[in-house]
Design a protein around this ligand. Structure first.
Ligand code: NAP
Length: 243
């Protein structure tokens, strides 16, 4: 893989961290965005430095347009281009639909969907000028099949897949590919509220009989970077939980 300038949002923990690590180990220039977990982001940087690999950390709340624009300006000034954007940052909300408030709605939609709109818009302007680029959005199986007590989360992720397909059509004119990866249940802090029994029950429903690993999403990102002919797709990485 030729060295690329790659922005990964939400890279301090979980899936984003694994993606940033995999792409940095491949020799790419990785900008690892984070928001609250400064120590964890620094740990990732230190871990890679021990292997003589540098990554650039950038703190920004991707649900805030000004912070997003400052981040993209910083990257363009320093590296002159962004080849790949991975919109990974996201949050979860587990609540009965009847108890979801307007603030909850705004919180989930802003962090999960508005953020993808905002970062993609800021980055795509530069990709259009370069007539080249790749955007990968991390959505979710729940955007495809719905989720009881996570309705707003499911809405935000279904919205991401709609944006993916629309942008894949519109931006193809500028040689920009856009795809989603829809993970099933992946072993990260996002699922800390699930008991061992909850996880065992989910595993029984999954044909491959286990939940996924962050590295498996990172490998899918790598595959999408390498395969030039894939655009407008929602790639399910879920052990067959939904087919
Ligand atoms: P996680 O372990 O909770 O990590 C979430 C990451 O997103 C953190 O690095 C966090 O950064 C960042 N983040 C959240 N809001 C942000 C904001 N406004 N600005 C910048 N960064 C922000 O979650 P994960 O499981 O790795 O999930 C990553 C993505 O995969 C999410 O979009 C999630 O919806 C999706 N996904 C996860 C699963 C799963 O089972 N884990 C399944 C399907 C889809 P800070 O801590 O620095 O704030």
């Amino acid at each position: 893989m030729e060295n690329k300038v790659i922005l990964v949002t939400g890279a301090s923990r979980g899936i984003g961290r694994a993606i940033a690590k995999e792409l940095a180990l491949e020799g790419n220039i990785v900008i690892a965005n984070y928001n609250k977990s400064t120590e964890k982001a620094q740990e990732l940087k230190n871990e890679l430095q021990r292997e003589n690999i540098e990554i650039d950390l950038y703190k920004a709340d991707v649900s805030k347009r000004t912070e997003v624009e400052n981040m993209i300006d910083y990257i363009i000034q320093k590296y002159k281009k962004i080849d790949v954007l991975v919109n990974n940052a996201g949050i979860d909300l587990v609540k009965l639909f009847t108890e979801v408030t307007d603030d909850d709605w705004n919180y989930v939609i802003n962090n999960n969907l508005y953020s993808v709109f905002c970062v993609s818009q800021a980055v795509s302007k530069h990709m259009i000028n370069a007539k080249s680029g790749l955007i990968i959005n991390i959505s979710s199986i729940f955007g495809q099949i719905g989720a009881s007590c996570e309705s707003i989360y499911a809405v935000s992720k279904a919205g991401i897949d709609g944006l993916t397909k629309s942008l894949a059509k519109e931006l193809s004119l500028s040689n920009i590919r856009v795809n989603s990866i829809a993970p099933g249940l992946i072993d990260t802090e996002m699922n800390n509220d699930l008991s061992e029994e909850d996880i065992k029950n989910v595993e029984l429903e999954i044909p491959l009989k286990r939940i996924g690993k962050t590295e498996e999403i990172a490998k899918t990102v790598k595959m999408l970077i390498e395969c030039d002919y894939i655009t407008g797709q929602v790639i399910a990485v879920n052990g067959g939980w939904y087919m």
